[in-house]
Structure formats: C-alpha cells, structure tokens
Design a protein around this ligand. Sequence first.
Ligand SMILES: [Zn+2]
Length: 224
Amino acid sequence: MSRVIYPEIFSKALSRNEVIAFFTGRDPGIDVSGITDMPVYFPIQEHTGKVFTLGEDLTPVVADAVVTDRKNVLLGLKVADCVPVLLYDPVRRAVGAVHAGWRGTAQGILKNTVQKMTGVFGSDPGDILLAIGPAIRWRCYEVDRDVLDAVVSATGEGDYREDKDGKAVLDLQSANKYQALSVKIQGRNISVAEECTYCYPERFFSYRYSKGPTGRQGGFIGMV
Ligand SMILES: [Zn+2]
C-alpha cells in the first residue's frame, strides 16, 4: 500500500504550488518518480552534524542535512527509524532536509540547519515551517545510557526520554522538537507525524524491526 504523508504544516504552501514536501513509507520508499519529475539530491549520509548548502553543482557530498534556495530540485533523505525533518522558509524562500538519528541529534544537527538557514539565506527562525516525519518512538527505542546522555547534553530538559528500572528509552522526534524550539522555531509552526516505524512494519522500513539490512523510506522537499 502506497504511503505518502504530506505534512499539514506545508498545506498552504503546497496549495499555492510553492513547494512540494512529503514523507514516504515502504512504498514508494526512495523512488519518487511517480510523485514528481523534480531531480532528487541525496547527500552521502554518515550520521554527522554537517549541513551542506546546495548550489548549482549536484554532486553528492557527505552531509546529513542539506539547505538550498534553488528551485526545482528535491532535497532527499533516506531513513529507516531515524527522524527525517523538513524545513521551509516562505519569506526568504529556502528549504532544508535533515537526517536526525541519535548521533545527529547529539550533534545538534537540526539546530545547525536552522543556524545555516539564518546565516546563508537571512532566515528568521520565526518564519520557518518545520515537519518531523515518522520514526521509531519511545518504548520501541531502548538505548544505552551513553546514547541517552549524549542526546540529553545536546537537547537539555524536556519530555523526550524515560530512564527507569534500568531501562532508558528515547523519543528522537520529541528531542528534535525541543531543539527546534530552542533556536526559536515557533511551536505552532511545527508538525509531527505520530506513527512509529517499529510499530507499523507493514507501512515503514524499520532497522530495528528487521534486525539487520532493510530498505529505506524518505523525506523530500523542494521549491517549485
Ligand atoms: Zn513503536
């Protein structure tokens, strides 16, 4: 069953034909040729905190977030439990796509992305619309204590973790939401896809559920 999620937060921009932005499930995964003709730019993801500013050259580089003010190119990310995040600044006209696993989250990759949009495009964080896509959540995502500590040190206080009975669980979607708020993204400008990738293996690829190699779904955003 095809699963394409169009985040509510972009619906106005979508209806004005300013952007195309969506998350996918197992079907169609990262093959979006049935949805749009736009060329897709995938960075080489290595769980870094690095943000790449895409210009004319479409050669893939190592980065886990990409921002651009170019039109007619779709920024793409590949995920299977990690959090995909899409950003759009309708005032300065720029987009961003972020791959936030625990390592990226611990390096503040979403904060880095907002700061890059501010620095390069003059974006005001108060204008940025942000969508957090499907990922593994809460009790489905048990983590080691050092993972929890790394994410907490980058995120600060907030309701995104549980640490009791010798079991630590983490909600990376919520951690990224807190990080977005900390760099002045407005709460009303954030939407979160609630589905857990591990809970719905028939809809989503889940690295943890498959216990090994699996396919990838994606997050995609581009300006028309
Ligand atoms: Zn779950």
